[in-house]
Design a protein around this ligand. Structure first.
Ligand code: CP3
Length: 358
């Protein structure tokens, strides 16, 4: 495979990009966070043979699982490259393992602020080139059917995993750092922001057509904390990506910010420069629209647990949701990732209902 060949097949379905850019669409675009994942038997089959991060690091495997949901579901209007947010801490020199049933585990999390100095910022993005290769390969193999989304974790969310050593219900260590080591916290968030900007630009250079930034741990933050440790960095990422794409004569791409649990800060999010704001299911579509105004696209926000209801109920709930958001500047999605036990026909019901709704 010649990864320098960026002569990609022409895009046949531009609904997602049109909605993100505020253009009219024939139908509301739909995709699903974690659409390549454990609810799919064909994904389970790949995972039975290969370790999670091996799939991430092998362009052919990452490409294959990225394409799996598109083969099964005709109504999907986007794909998202298969990877994980935690490949960044790995590229900075930390070990991250995926333990079945438990999720990600860092055997040696950051124990004190002095360990920030051991992170290998230099060369981090070159150690992530496998993600770019997976993107390039997928852009060729997808044959222009739908656009390909690239993504990253946001600085605060990544910092949380690096300090806690995995997922955490309380984020108690991270909160202690916020209290006791405020300066070091900002030093680490700035380091992550620099790496993320270059990582996202590399993804665009490789073929990503839209970028989503996951601030999945925003649900641990108050509005004041969000304004201090999340928003400034999210804004720097948006501005930094735009500036570097311009410097490198690369095409600009729309960007989405998804701050899970950040419904209390939508007004702040609306000032960060992102074309699209992702919403979890706790946010009312009509209220969100009032807060962010008419020049931002909204994405979301069906409760993933609703996909355990009957196909008929799913269709009704989805159509109600789409009607509340309306056809302008809207991308349908769940309010968080699809969960492993979701019945396969629920995805059919959800994606079909979006296209039937308006
Ligand atoms: O959306 C997609 O289809 C693309 C793939 C994708 C994965 N992770 C694959 C994955 C994306 C976009 C992510 C992002 C990610 N990873 C986030 C942000 C989104 C969110 O859900 O809030 C976070 C917080 C992570 C870190 C992470 N990775 C956790 C907490 C877990 C364990 C929880 C779980 O669902 O198991 C993972 C593992 C993971 N990432 C799996 C997949 C398909 C399942 C692991 C497996 O196959 O064994």
């Amino acid at each position: 495979m010649d990864y320098s060949n960026k002569n990609f097949p022409a895009l046949k379905n531009s609904r997602l990009l049109d909605a993100a850019n505020g253009k009219d669409v024939d139908k509301v675009p739909v995709w699903v966070m974690r659409q390549a994942g454990r609810y799919l038997p064909e994904f389970q089959a790949v995972r039975a043979k290969h370790d999670f991060f091996t799939v991430c690091r092998t362009p052919e495997l990452a490409c294959e699982v990225t394409l799996q949901p598109l083969r099964r579901y005709d109504h999907l209007d986007a794909s998202i490259i298969f990877s994980d947010i935690l490949v960044i801490p790995q590229a900075l020199g930390m070990t991250v393992e995926m333990h079945p049933g438990q999720g990600p585990v860092f055997p040696k999390p950051l124990a004190s602020p002095s360990e920030i100095n051991e992170l290998q910022e230099e060369g981090a993005v070159s150690r992530l080139l496998y993600v770019g290769q997976a993107i390039t390969l997928t852009r060729h193999k997808i044959e222009g059917k739908v656009p390909l989304i690239g993504f990253t974790g946001a600085p605060f969310t990544l910092m949380g995993y690096m300090i806690e050593g995995g997922g955490s219900k309380t984020m108690s260590k991270t909160k202690e750092w916020l209290d006791k080591h405020s300066k070091d916290v900002h030093r680490l968030l700035s380091l992550l922001t620099r790496v993320i900007i270059d990582y996202l630009v590399m993804q665009v250079d490789s073929g990503a057509q839209l970028l989503q930034v996951f601030e999945s741990s925003a649900d641990h933050l108050s509005r004041e904390q969000f304004a201090e440790v999340s928003a400034p960095y999210l804004k720097d990422i948006r501005t930094g990506v735009q500036k570097k794409l311009q410097e490198k004569s690369l095409e600009q791409v729309p960007m989405t910010v998804f701050a899970k649990g950040g419904g209390h800060s939508l007004d702040i999010q609306a000032t960060m420069g992102y074309e699209t704001i992702g919403l979890d299911w706790t946010v009312d579509p009509v209220e969100a629209r009032k807060v962010v105004g008419d020049n931002i696209t909204l994405q979301g926000n069906l409760d993933p647990q609703d996909l355990y209801k009957s196909p008929e109920e799913i269709k009704n709930l989805t159509k109600e949701m789409v009607q509340k958001f309306g056809k302008t500047r809207y991308i349908a999605n769940l309010g968080h990732g699809i969960t492993p036990q979701t019945p396969l026909e629920s995805m059919t019901a959800f994606t079909e209902a979006v296209h039937e709704a308006l």
